[in-house]
Design a protein around this ligand. Sequence first.
Ligand code: PTJ
Length: 242
Amino acid sequence: MRDVPDSHPRAVSLRIRNAIVEGVEMGITSPHGLLAHGRGEAFDYLIGEKTQPFAKRAIKAAAALLLTAKHPVISVNGNAAALVPVELVRLSKVIPAPLEVNIFHASKKREKNIKTLLQKKGAENILMPGNAVLEYIDHNRRFCNREGICKADVVFVPLEDGDRCEALLKMGKKVITVDLNPMSRTAQKANITIVDNIVRALPLLVKETGQLKKRKRVQWKKIIRNYNNKAVLKQALYRIKR
Ligand code: PTJ
């Protein structure tokens, strides 16, 4: 259903689904992205399709970590690009940090389409993969940019598969993710895990980063020091089991 009426009880969820389907049709999202989205939807249902307090805590810590970073980078895949292109561009400007196109299912055409979409949404700093290779992984995500993920100290990797998260950590980088499944490898391993739908989390992250930017570095550091990702994951699991 393309014209979802407001009266439909699942209108919001159906509209998000449409954005992913359009992403596939536009050559931005991989067909595999539809399956990943379905998995996300199931977990969203279980957390009540709302941004829960544990996600708000993680969003605040993520904003603080992105602001303290020397070389923060935002990694963009086909699902994130289809769902929140405008917010990714806004986040890139507010931090500021480059956007780096990095996809799991190899396709030069899709990488180009994602770049074009981000440019259309106003992105000024977009890096493409290919002039550097990450250690510890063998698939397409190993191709990165020398000036981006390769040299980053903090990488924002929403809707990620676990391999690269582990590789980035082994390379000494800090990883922030958005993942509705608190049990996924990425969610478990990341330094900061925002267990929320990217569609709700990204606008909040942009807002929080903008607000924290007005405060001092010492306050960002205090937020990071007081943050406990294990506790956040535990709270998310508790919410799911309830
Ligand atoms: O564009 P590509 O080729 O890089 O492919 C992107 C996908 C997402 C297909 C790829 O990274 C992949 O297969 O990821 P996984 O391993 O399925 O992991 C994606 C994670 O994101 C899963 O744990 C999902 O539960 C979660 N997820 C899916 N949709 C959302 C989500 N989390 C937050 N918000 C969503 N909308």
